[in-house]
Design a protein around this ligand. Structure first.
Ligand code: FES
Length: 97
């Protein structure tokens, strides 16, 4: 199982076991991390955007929805579209509270 290291905006770190092929958004929500997802995880907003400081190669390739939303440059990914295929670190952005 991939180990996903979430880095909160306050610098604290939370390691989570993820399921291969699952989205960053789903793994975060299942771990109780309130990653924003205004469009319901359909790739039509950017509220789930994360930075990927490590392990970009262990995520699924960018898809059309990410490219249509202009999320085309490293280290950015849409949490609802990027699927984990191995260990990765996820920097959470714009976290509330
Ligand atoms: S939740 Fe809207 S793009 Fe990911």
């Amino acid at each position: 199982m991939p180990t996903i290291t979430f880095i909160h905006s306050d610098g604290s770190v939370q390691k989570v076991e993820g399921t291969h092929g699952e989205t960053i958004l789903r793994i975060a929500l299942d771990a109780g991390i309130p990653l924003e997802h205004a469009c319901g995880g359909n790739g039509f907003c950017t509220t789930c955007m994360c930075d990927i400081p490590e392990g970009m190669m262990n995520l699924s390739p960018r898809n059309d929805r990410e490219e249509n939303m202009g999320v085309t440059d490293d280290p950015h990914r849409l949490g609802c579209q990027a699927r984990v295929q191995g260990d990765a670190s996820i920097q959470l952005l714009d976290e509330e509270g």
